[in-house]
Design a protein around this ligand. Sequence first.
Ligand code: OAD
Length: 275
Amino acid sequence: SADLEKKLRPLVDAIQSGKKITFFNGAGVSTSAGIPDFRSPKTGLYANLAKLDLPYAEAVFDIDYFRENPKAFYTLTQELYPGKFAPTKFHYFVKLVQDKKLLKRVYTQNIDTLERLAGVEDEYIVEAHGSFARNHCIDCSEEMSTETLIEHMNNKDKNEGIPTCSACKGYVKPDIVFFGEGLPSRFFDLWDEDSDEVEVALVAGTSLTVYPFASLPAEVGKKTLRVLVNKENVGDFKAGKRRSDLVLLHDCDYVAEKLCELLNWKDELDAYIEE
Ligand code: OAD
């Protein structure tokens, strides 16, 4: 812990001097909310999909596979659907950074919307892999309301609970980005604006294996303070390590808490969590 405090010093100094934070979040920031990540060896989603009979784990989020076998995705969605989970300490830390006027942006790969639920404002959030907020037919693009989608999912007698389009009978899918699909234009537009202006890049809970998201930390300027908070060292923090990088191989809630202690923000963090 004394070691972590020492390592956090450059980050504390940067924050105290008014530098803004850009977050790059992955599934690891939500595991303490009870949502499994994807690639952790025993607990990750991809290690626990045997019951879905997939040709390979990532097929569950593959658009070509979905066209033929939508059932696997909808079986999984029953478990992962937003609404059942509460934000973590780390998410409230992001909200606290926002309220201190020190948030530049939150790029998140997560589809759980926990940044929103913690109170981070829309303008700051980039849901790089989409979200469950809207749904469209994969054939004719007709929109389906979330209310109707959930009705379909709950009605197992009709089409095994797989939502189908009222216009063309095609399968309907939430607007989360599958393998084989493009990322939302908001991701590219905002990264164009932000990439040169990142003062502090805080990368947390991600294996940095899925592109283009995984390349963002490598694209920030040489003056950016890059911080990795993750259980393992990954991506450009390994392959392209910079001298000023902070690599903190710890639990992200724990680091958020330590950081708040050092910044004298701990009472405010606790107050958000208790609300
Ligand atoms: P991964 O499951 O690939 O990586 C999660 C990382 O978080 C791993 O390196 C873990 O060691 C680490 N981790 C887990 N719990 C942690 C904790 N409490 N504190 C700190 N670190 C922790 O998840 P992502 O990198 O987010 O895409 O995966 C990227 C994309 O792959 C996802 O958005 C998803 C998936 O296929 C789509 O569905 C499009």
